[in-house]
Design a protein around this ligand. Structure first.
Ligand SMILES: Nc1nc2c(c(=O)[nH]1)N[C@H]1C(S)=C(S)[C@@H](COP(=O)(O)O)O[C@H]1N2
Ligand SMILES: [Mo]
Length: 390
């Protein structure tokens, strides 16, 4: 009976009365539906899944609620390793130190005075996966001063090779050296090679979707590196240090790695890579019904390389082209929303899966094709979803 939920029923009776629980949808979920549109329920959402599933200071986005290009800043997925520092805007200074001609301590006003740029950028945590129904992903319009402008103002010395970004958050970390453990207090830190730091895209962002950053998203200042995984976007950024050596901090060189097993000339070789650019990934986020029409909605995250196609397969059938939403298609680093008209949906349970391909020929892999990846981060494999059509 109550196997579809109309917007009217939700508005009239609230979630419980609309029977979302009976549909296998936890009651916190309220997807925004268009007039006359009904949700086709997923049957693969874990019961214990929810915005607070990872604890009070982390937030999972319910991807079924995606209803436009930008994630509301109070829904933006949130994750970090330590606590969320509360910084005062007035006293805030960004320190620029190391191999620069003119070290600086910049106030927010000084940073704002150095030019503002805007970028729509989507990213996911490199630990995003089906376990959280891919909810460690979001998309925002970031406003800030281009990183390059700040580095040029300070002047990079010729020996400068690496730019290190420190957050105000810190904690004790065990550093192992040949069986000896050193427990040392360290801030969260990530680095980029000079060449990447000097590209036009990275921003020192102070606003998200036109409003000041929230504490959760790094108030008052964070690094945003469009097209890179979440971890690169250092929140509560208060120090940039320029140096000649590679930076080997925990979050750069040890914690955020992927181990690959590759067969080269019949021999398996293992190698590790750091987490940097997003690997092309599409996810089915929601399925709706309007009259007898069924539509599959989803998003693509990628490193900014143009997409060649997004395709959907129903019950293991042939790949069929999905349509990219024009509202996101032209923003290089935005996530791309897509939709697919699912013709001939019959009552019962069905499996839907999507795959994205970019113009450089990167095809979102199947789980089998990604088996050479030995560790869990960068899970960009195709993600089959099951739905029940009434
Ligand atoms: N200062 C600081 N920045 C950080 C982190 C952190 O622990 N501390 N975590 C990183 C990780 S792993 C991710 S996925 C993103 C999450 O950004 P968000 O909470 O705005 O979504 O922040 C990154 N920036
Ligand atoms: Mo992350």
């Amino acid at each position: 009976m109550a196997n579809e939920t109309t917007r009217r029923a939700v508005l009239k009776g609230g979630l419980a009365a609309a029977g979302l629980g009976m549909l296998g949808l936890p009651e916190w979920a309220l997807p925004a539906l268009a007039q006359g549109e009904a949700l086709v329920p997923f049957t693969d959402v874990p019961d214990e899944f929810g915005a607070g599933a990872l604890g009070p200071t982390r937030r999972v986005l319910d991807i079924r609620t995606i209803d436009g290009p930008l994630t509301n800043r109070n829904d933006f997925y949130t994750i970090q390793h330590f606590d969320q520092p509360e910084l005062a805007a007035g006293a805030f200074r960004l320190k620029v130190s190391g191999l620069v001609e003119r070290p600086a301590e910049l106030s927010l006003d000084e940073l704002r005075g150095m030019g503002a740029a805007d970028v729509v950028a989507g990213f996911e945590c490199s630990g995003n996966s089906p376990r959280m129904v891919q909810g460690l992903a979001s998309n925002g319009r970031w406003t800030g001063v281009p990183l390059r402008a700040v580095l040029e103002r300070s002047g990079l010395q010729p020996r400068a090779r690496e730019v290190v970004f420190f957050g105000a958050d810190h904690g004790e970390e065990a550093v192992d050296f040949r069986g000896q453990t050193h427990n040392v207090d360290q801030p969260f830190a990530r680095s980029m090679p000079r060449a990447d730091a000097m590209t036009p895209e990275p921003l020192l962002a102070y606003a998200l979707n036109g409003e000041a950053l929230t504490r959760e998203q790094g108030f008052p200042l964070r690094l945003v590196v469009p097209g890179w995984y979440g971890v690169c976007n250092v929140k509560w950024l208060n120090h940039i240090r320029v140096q000649a050596d590679r930076f080997l901090g925990k979050w750069q060189a040890r914690w955020y790695r992927t181990l690959w097993a590759e067969e080269i000339d019949g021999e398996v070789s293992f190698h590790e890579t750091e987490i940097s650019r997003l690997r092309v990934k599409s996810v089915i986020a929601r399925v709706t019904r309007s009259g007898s029409r069924h539509t599959v909605h989803g998003f693509v995250l990628h490193d900014g390389t143009s997409l060649r196609s997004v395709e959907v397969s129903v019950d293991g059938g042939a790949w069929q082209r999905a349509t990219l939403d024009p509202a996101t298609a032209s923003d290089t680093y935005s996530w791309k929303l897509f939709s697919f008209d699912w013709d001939g949906a019959t009552p019962g349970e069905h499996t839907l899966v999507s795959r994205a391909t970019d113009v450089d020929g990167h095809v979102q892999p199947t789980p089998e094709e990604l088996e050479y990846k030995q560790t869990g981060l960068e899970n960009h494999q195709q993600y089959p979803r099951t739905v029940r059509v009434s």
